[in-house]
Structures are given as C-alpha cells and as structure tokens.
Design a protein around this ligand. Structure first.
Ligand code: IPD
Length: 274
C-alpha cells in the first residue's frame, strides 16, 4: 500500500479535526466522571477513549494493515511499514478544568521515521501540520485554504528566551524536574507550562516560545509536534546527540540550541528516576 506523505497528512488532519469536534461536544458529560491512570493525578475521560476509537476506525477504514499506537491502549502491529502515533487528548488535565490548551495529536511514520503530523486545538480551532521536507503550517478556522507557513523565533541568547516545559505524573519524577526548573529559571526570560506537549512543540514552531524541553514523554505526546517544530526550523533532539526519545526531548530555535542544550546537559535534565 502506498505511503504518500500528502495522503497520510490529509488523513491525519481530517481525523484530528473530527476527533476534536467530538471531544468538544462531549466535554460536559466527559468531565463529570473522569477516571485516573498512572497516578491519582493522571486523568482519562470517556472523551479520550471515544476520540481514540474514532481515529483508529478512521485510519483502519482507509489503511487496514497499518500499525497504530494510541495513548488509551491501542497497540496494533502493521504490515505496511506505516505506523501511527495518536494522542486523542493531549492535555487531559486542561480539558478537565476547561483551560483552552488541549489538542488531538496524530503522526504517521514510514519505516520508523515520522513523515506527517497534525495537531489540532479544538478550542482555538488551530490546526498545525507538517510533512517531512514540506515545511510546517498553521490553519485557523474551518478552511485549510487559510493555512500559512510557520517559522521558529530567532533568539540569540538563553537569558532572553522564553522556555516551555512540562512535568510527568509521578511525584518522584516531578521532584527531579522541579530541581532542573529551579536551576534554569534564574537564567532565562521566563518559563511557561501550558500542559500539552503537542501544543508546546507547535508553540516552538510558530515562535510563541523560543524552546521547549521535557523528560519522560510518550511517543504519542511528541511525534506529530516534533515533526512540526523541526519543519518550522527548530532543532529537536535528546541530550546525547540523537533523535528525541521517550527519555528526553528538547526543541529549540537554532540560535540558542547549543547554549540551552549545554545547560540542560550540565543539569542532567535527562536523568529521571524510573
Ligand atoms: C501530558 C501533557 C503534558 C506533559 C505530560 C504529558 P496527556 O499528556 O502533554 O503537557 O507535561 O508529560 O503526559 O497525559 O495530557 O495526554
């Protein structure tokens, strides 16, 4: 089966918007009775599960033999070389509280390399997209026709940079992440913690922040956003010279990459307890 990047991106984008509309419609009912997952503060709702089902069904209707990994438990091995990473609601805590910063995140990888990604914020109606070697775009409103090309910011020093980050759900990890944050904060413009890794990466992509880093993400949190940030000109990697991993990810405007990465390395920001 063909793995045309444009077709993969169109499918990812359409399903992200469809799932986004469903989670919006379901919100009142879904937030009334949330469950928890990895810790008492890690929420999941009926809307997360419903949106994942819609996305999985939509992928399989068009591409029945692809692999799919989803936050709410989907784990299908495919035979086509195409794998999908889906987060039906990235930022479920924000969804629960009605903070308008949550998203649907869908990425498609071919032979292990992410080639298409879509991140949709249903509250702001912003759809961020990228395909590998095709640049990154932001469409606001109903029509993809209004999509504009996006680029990272151009800071030249960490001291004047706005840096986003996030924290895991387990308290022993948060303690370590807080130590890193406390050490970094005096030397930067300010910190932002928006609460959706996918949107954080899109914020780097369109220059709303200068950098974002986090340890301990899952592939569904960052796969689409990391491609969007990279295609918008960001440097996106771990702290050991490799691709971003579930261990650590930093995405920065190029002008501060080496300085910020050096600081994070000195702080052993990727050294999280299991
Ligand atoms: C979380 C968000 C958050 C990040 C956490 C993620 P979820 O995803 O992306 O910003 O700091 O590490 O787990 O649980 O809302 O899908």
């Amino acid at each position: 089966m063909s793995a045309d990047r444009t077709a993969l991106l169109e499918l990812a984008s359409a399903l992200a918007v469809e799932a986004g509309e469903v989670i919006t419609d379901m919100r009142d009912e879904a937030v009334a009775s949330p469950d928890t997952k990895s810790s008492p503060t890690d929420p999941v709702t009926a809307a997360d599960r419903k949106a994942e089902q819609i996305i999985v069904d939509g992928i399989l209707a068009k591409r029945p033999d692809d692999g799919i990994v989803g936050e709410e438990g989907t784990d299908r091995t495919g035979t086509t070389g195409v794998d999908w990473y889906i987060d039906p609601i990235d930022g479920t805590t924000n969804y629960l509280y009605g903070i308008p910063a949550y998203s649907v995140s869908i990425a498609a990888a071919v032979d292990g390399a992410v080639v298409a990604g879509a991140v949709y914020n249903p509250v702001s109606n912003e759809l961020f997209t990228a395909k590998r070697d095709g640049g990154a775009h932001l469409a606001i409103g109903e029509s993809g026709a209004t999509a504009k090309s996006i680029r990272v910011s151009s800071p030249d020093a960490v001291a004047s940079s706005l840096v986003a980050t996030g924290f895991g759900y387990r308290s022993e990890r948060r303690r370590r992440q807080a130590e890193v944050m406390a050490a970094l904060l005096p030397g930067i413009r300010d910190i932002r913690r928006f609460g959706s890794a996918a949107l954080d990466l899109c914020a780097v992509a369109c220059g709303r922040v200068d950098a974002y880093f986090e340890a301990g993400l899952n592939t569904w949190d960052y796969s689409a956003g990391a491609l969007i940030a990279t295609e918008a000109g960001a440097r996106c990697h771990d702290l050991r010279g490799g691709e971003p991993t579930t261990h650590f990810l930093v995405a920065t405007a190029p002008g501060i990459d080496s300085e910020l990465s050096g600081l994070l390395r000195d702080l052993a920001a990727d050294d999280l307890p299991d």
